[in-house]
Design a protein around this ligand. Structure first.
Ligand SMILES: CC(C)(COP(=O)(O)OP(=O)(O)OC[C@H]1O[C@@H](n2cnc3c(N)ncnc32)[C@H](O)[C@@H]1OP(=O)(O)O)[C@@H](O)C(=O)NCCC(=O)NCCS
Length: 178
């Protein structure tokens, strides 16, 4: 059986740099690559970045940052996950699973007990398949001009520790969404 050249095997790793250039390398330079512009939200950049590369090409990304929140009135922190992206020509091959696994491995070392992400409704089954849970609570996020808005996208959470149970009650991010 022919050997697969090691350079062609997708490898997940932490990225030292992730800017618009790297995002465009994955998604192209389209106007609305995440399909969320209709929501009209301002987003936070992510602070830590994970990627999947193969043959020196960046194929996938997921970003993380710690976010202060209140859940049911109790203040805590979550790890926000955002910028999840796979290059169009290699979708459906498990690269979102791979890059999210690398990001969540790191998220488990960051302190918060849960990770949280926002997504379009059609992506809920994909994230559920990967172990995320749809949150059936009101979620409010900050927006420029001291505005607090109800999040129009779906909110999904995943525990980062075995004994973590998501508390009940509405969620309020003390920041822009990620
Ligand atoms: C969303 C996106 C990242 C998914 O990438 P992908 O490469 O197709 O994802 P994967 O192949 O890793 O799929 C992950 C898993 O979900 C499963 N899956 C995919 N669609 C599914 C669905 N509708 N229902 C249930 N499971 C589904 C896959 O089978 C795979 O599971 P497996 O590893 O057990 O086979 C990609 O479509 C993308 O970049 N879209 C544009 C940017 C975007 O919208 N990002 C999301 C931001 S929240």
């Amino acid at each position: 059986m022919p050997e697969i050249p090691s350079s062609a095997i997708p490898v997940a790793m932490r990225l030292s740099r992730y800017t618009k250039t790297e995002q465009d390398e994955i998604l192209g330079g389209g106007a609305d690559p995440f399909g969320v512009s209709a929501a009209g939200l301002t987003w936070l950049p992510k602070e830590e970045h994970f990627g999947v590369t193969s043959d020196d090409r960046l194929l996938a990304h997921a970003g993380l940052l710690r976010l202060p929140v209140a859940i049911g009135g109790t203040e805590t922190e979550v790890v926000g996950v955002g910028g999840v992206a796979v290059a169009p020509d290699v979708r459906g091959r498990g690269l979102a699973r791979l890059v999210l696994a690398a990001a969540l491995r790191h998220a488990r070392t960051m302190g918060p007990r849960h990770a949280l992400l926002f997504c379009r409704p059609p992506l809920v089954p994909l994230y559920e398949h990967l172990g995320w849970h749809l949150l059936d609570e009101d979620v409010h996020v900050e927006q420029p001009g001291d505005r607090l808005v109800a999040m129009p996208l779906r909110t999904m959470v995943i525990p980062l520790h075995d004994d973590a149970i998501w508390p009940s009650g509405p969620v309020r991010l003390f920041s822009l969404p990620m």
